[in-house]
Write a new protein. Structure first.
Length: 291
């Protein structure tokens, strides 16, 4: 095999109170070609991140690819990497997880291996948590957790009535910065609220979407992040007051909305946000041979 083409979805995480535990794959994709050549490294990037991401060994896709090749004992003397990116960067839509999963999927494919729990572990080690990575890898709804130092996840089928809309602002975010806003402890009542709502979210996302408005409510992390993204939280409140289930996507600043039928109500002020109607991606990362 001289190379592979990898298609990897965006993802939205947390989904209300499911902090670092719930994720869902979205039908917005990056496509990455990995061509094995005799020597050297060339990185081409078009679309999102063009002109800003590195073009050397520090490129995140390259790092993840090298790690997977090392894990699976694959020798790649040289590489041409062509990235066609559609997932907005630093917006809370899992662009870094998509990059990591793309690299790992390519390394596994060149080794002749299917993705497995070790691949998920490797991806989650890059990210520090497995919610986005599991969603991008396996599609659908992901429930992630840790057992000791091992990252685990299960895939669930999203309800077919879900019609996600992501509202993407122009401003970029930093997960590291927004995590710094979170307190070391939360009140017991808020923890109990979050436990109930995250459990309800699993049921609502897979079985009964009529419960999503309650299910996506959160006290665990969103209130603490509001100072970083006041416009994001104003939009979340406006949507919820209009009866639309909405939450911050990942660490923000994108807003995830799950309106019935995929249609946002009027009038909702979307100034500063671009709405993207994207389906749930049921399949996760896909790999095909080049040529």
């Amino acid at each position: 095999m001289t190379g592979v083409r990898v298609t990897v979805p965006a993802s939205t995480a947390n989904l209300g109170s499911g902090f670092d535990a719930l994720g869902m794959a979205l039908g917005l994709h990056d496509e990455v070609e990995f061509e094995v050549v005799p020597a050297g490294l060339a990185v081409e990037v078009t679309g999102e991140g063009a002109g800003s991401v590195p073009r050397d060994e520090s490129h995140l896709v390259v790092q993840a690819f090298r790690a997977a090749c090392s894990l699976r004992s694959v020798n790649v003397p040289g590489l041409v990497l062509r990235c066609r990116n559609a997932i907005p960067h630093a917006r809370g839509l899992g662009s870094s997880s998509a990059a990591v999963v793309a690299g790992i999927a390519a390394g596994y494919a060149l080794a002749g291996h299917e993705l497995d729990t070790t691949a998920l572990q490797l991806a989650a080690e890059f990210e520090g948590h497995a919610d986005n990575a599991a969603a991008a890898m396996f599609g659908g709804v992901a429930v992630a957790w840790t057992h000791g130092d091992r990252f685990r996840a299960v895939r669930l089928e999203a309800h077919p009535a879900l019609r996600p809309v992501v509202l993407v602002p122009a401003v970029e975010s930093s997960t590291k910065t927004t995590r710094g806003l979170l307190p070391a402890t939360v009140p017991h009542a808020d923890a109990a609220f979050a436990a109930g709502r995250s459990a309800l979210a699993v049921h609502a996302l897979t079985t009964d979407p009529s419960l999503l408005l309650d299910a996506l409510d959160d006290r665990l992390h969103e209130p603490y992040r509001e100072p970083a993204w006041p416009a994001t939280f104003a939009l979340v409140r406006a949507l919820r007051e209009a009866g639309v289930p909405a939450a911050v996507s990942g660490a923000g600043p994108t807003v995830l909305a799950l309106p019935e039928g995929g249609k946002l109500p009027d009038p909702i002020d979307l100034a500063g946000f671009t709405p993207l109607h994207v389906p749930v991606d049921a399949g996760g990362v896909r790999v095909a041979p080049l040529g």
